[in-house]
Design a protein around this ligand. Structure first.
Ligand code: BT5
Length: 250
């Protein structure tokens, strides 16, 4: 059956991810989509926060109950990044760069963050796919210089409802691709085609207090990033933060 979403809206909520997890544990089906105008405890990875002032961004979480094998679940973040990119091209004319693993950027500034969280429920494993997209510049004073919004880029206030509609359609198309090996390869290829981080980018990888530098060499079949260090060793990165050592603009 094609993927179908059911939207539940909130004026204000702690976090759309937390709400989707609460409802997942209570038995909610795949396709539940929590959307809030404001989050008071928007979450990033590793307990970081996501600034979510009222009506300045699109804050949503989608409940997925994937049928495909757990080792392929990390690809959900990559397919979501592609879906966000596609929706923003179609609805706002904005062409964002995808940064491994979970950001979309414009001119190296963060426009969107994705947080996929897994959980066990009585009806099996589930993934809550959280997406935050900065629509208007009200967010910018709340985060240091590394952020941007659609309005900052286009000069026009985007229609959040259109973006949401476009995004859910793109996700529905991409999610089905993850069911088989061919579709997954397609997602990886598309991701590499739309990310300046995929191949040949000099980056620093930070894993907590540890870190190393190297050159990106594409993705593994599960979406992990290959990074070649200066001594020719290939490291496979499955978690952590990646920062470009040089802008592609300079
Ligand atoms: C992320 O984490 O980028 C994932 C963000 C996911 C947010 C969505 S909103 C809907 C759903 N419900 C939730 O509670 N969360 C999801 P990470 O890669 O760890 O980046 C977090 C870092 O981004 C922060 O430490 C800040 O430096 C920066 N940041 C915070 N708010 C931002 C914003 N609105 N725009 C750009 N950067 C921001």
């Amino acid at each position: 059956m094609p993927f179908q979403s059911t939207i539940q809206r909130f004026d204000s909520i702690d976090s759309t991810n937390l709400e989707a997890m609460r409802q997942a544990r209570a038995g909610a089906p795949e396709g539940l989509c929590i959307v809030a105008r404001e989050q008071t405890r928007g979450r990033g990875r590793l307990d970081r926060s996501w600034q979510s002032p009222p009506d300045a961004g699109l804050y949503l979480s989608l409940l997925l109950r994937p049928k495909f094998e757990v080792p392929a679940w990390p690809l959900i973040t990559l397919m979501a990044a592609l879906a966000v990119r596609d929706a923003l091209v179609k609805t706002c004319g904005v062409s964002a760069d995808i940064k491994w693993p979970n950001d979309l950027c414009l001119n190296d500034k963060k426009l969107c963050g994705i947080l996929a969280e897994t959980l066990e429920t009585s009806s099996g494993g589930a993934v809550v796919l959280g997406i935050g997209i900065n629509l208007t510049p009200e967010i910018l004073p709340l985060v240091p210089a590394e952020a941007t919004s659609i309005e900052s880029a286009t000069g026009e206030k985007p229609d959040g409802e259109q973006v949401l509609d476009g995004l859910l359609k793109s996700i529905a198309g991409n999610y089905e691709l993850l069911d088989n090996a061919e579709g997954r390869e397609h997602i990886i290829r598309e991701w590499c085609a739309h990310s300046s981080y995929a191949i040949g980018r000099q980056v620093r990888v930070s894993l907590g207090a540890e870190g190393f530098e190297g050159t990106t060499r594409g993705l593994e079949s599960d979406g992990a990033l290959r990074v070649e260090t200066s001594d020719g060793k290939m490291r496979v990165v499955r978690a952590g933060d990646v920062t470009a050592l040089r802008s592609v603009l300079s």
